[in-house]
Design a protein around this ligand. Sequence first.
Ligand SMILES: NC(=O)C1=CN([C@@H]2O[C@H](COP(=O)(O)OP(=O)(O)OC[C@H]3O[C@@H](n4cnc5c(N)ncnc54)[C@H](OP(=O)(O)O)[C@@H]3O)[C@@H](O)[C@H]2O)C=CC1
Ligand SMILES: O=C(O)C(=O)Cc1ccc(O)cc1
Length: 434
Amino acid sequence: MGRTKETASIGIIGMGDMGKMYAQRLSDAGWRINACDRPENQESLQQEFASQPLITIFPNGHLVSRISDYILYSVEAGVIDRVVAQYGPSTKEGAIVGGQTSCKAPELAAFEKHLPPDVEIVSCHSLHGPKVNPEGQPLVLIQHRASDEALQFVDEILSSFGSKHVYLTGEMHDRITADTQAVTHAAFLSMGTAWQANKQFPWEISRWVGGIENVKINITLRIYSNKWHVYAGLAILNPSAKAQIRQYADSVTDLYKLMIGGHREELKRRVKAAGASVFREGTEGQDLLLKDEVLDRFSLSNQTREKSPPNSHLSLLAIVDCWSQLGIVPYDHMICSTPLFRLWLGVTEYLFRNPELLEEALDIAIDDNTFRSDDLEFTFAARAWSDCVSFGDFESYRDRFERIAQYFAPQFPEAAKLGNEMMKTILEKTEKRP
Ligand SMILES: NC(=O)C1=CN([C@@H]2O[C@H](COP(=O)(O)OP(=O)(O)OC[C@H]3O[C@@H](n4cnc5c(N)ncnc54)[C@H](OP(=O)(O)O)[C@@H]3O)[C@@H](O)[C@H]2O)C=CC1
Ligand SMILES: O=C(O)C(=O)Cc1ccc(O)cc1
């Protein structure tokens, strides 16, 4: 049908962080953009994009939908049905529609329900935040109700990002991202909850600086400094996420009980068996995703570290147990990996492929009381986040998230600076791996 940059235009409904990033990058590549947010935001967006001739801001999604050839919904996952119901019927005849929400089941259901039958559906998902360079990052494309030509057109539009295009069904996407995103976030959200419950700022405590701890702290703060709805949406609305987050909470609880019961041998047997199923033979010769010298460079603490302080690493033992219980091989999920997931896998790998460090963590877990109260709070937190996601109540998720975010807020600017540097350095190193 010959849709080109000269003849076709792209619609973006929802000009938040991701919508703006898409509008900017696609217009830089020469595409004409028709965009809108809520009507009350039209004026400020017009001012913001006044100097950009390829970006036109409209008052609402009807006006965007009726003239655009590929329309992307980039709104909060929780409102996707309502927004598509509102603007979907105004879609230009023969156009292609997609969405950027992090969980595809509700998005695709909304498209099927509200879009006219002559409209094709090709959805997408950039597996990174708006401030990360998309080059080399996974970008999922879903040819849901569309011809090959429609997919090719979307492929061409998005090619300027330089991302790695991954072709999946909506269902596969949700199953994999439940693990790469929802469970990963649950672990870091729980760390922050536990620190807050114990009134700790972990970078101020000497046993918590350096190495793996830097990654835990920086990522936790990064998550809490973002918008709650992104995390709530992708956990609560993903049909696979509840069970996976529940397994993580169960793994945390089981291991914690073994620790406080003093069941050293059973703890070691269970954790090592889990490690063997996740970090399979044949991977030992590979370079670690993360190394000491990289891990140590990014500390919020001003104390220097001489030797790794011992730690039971309950959060890491439990994720490996969780993967093993669910039969997940995390390396198979690299196709849908976010930067956070790669860091998370990197730190677990660091622990599990270092037999001495793992042995030390397991012995510390049994012999040393220092971490008991932290691990207790972590166990409570993992279960509470799991319950919160299972209940599916956005408002209580928001309340929990924002209360903890407020506690860490004074540290956000410094954590963001350091976190960005850490991500950049570590990701450059991890890109060489599959
Ligand atoms: N942030 C991230 O790291 C990533 C997010 N995503 C997904 O992308 C989507 C957008 O996320 P993000 O940009 O971060 O979130 P934002 O909250 O920054 O953006 C969403 C925008 O949509 C607007 N909106 C809501 N209702 C309407 C409507 N009826 N018409 C027009 N605009 C509307 C919102 O306005 P208002 O604020 O006034 O409600 C807001 O400006 C989400 O589904 C998210 O899960 C995907 C990949 C990465
Ligand atoms: O890397 C992560 O997990 C993030 O937190 C950023 C993010 C959030 C939502 C997405 O749909 C994709 C990436």
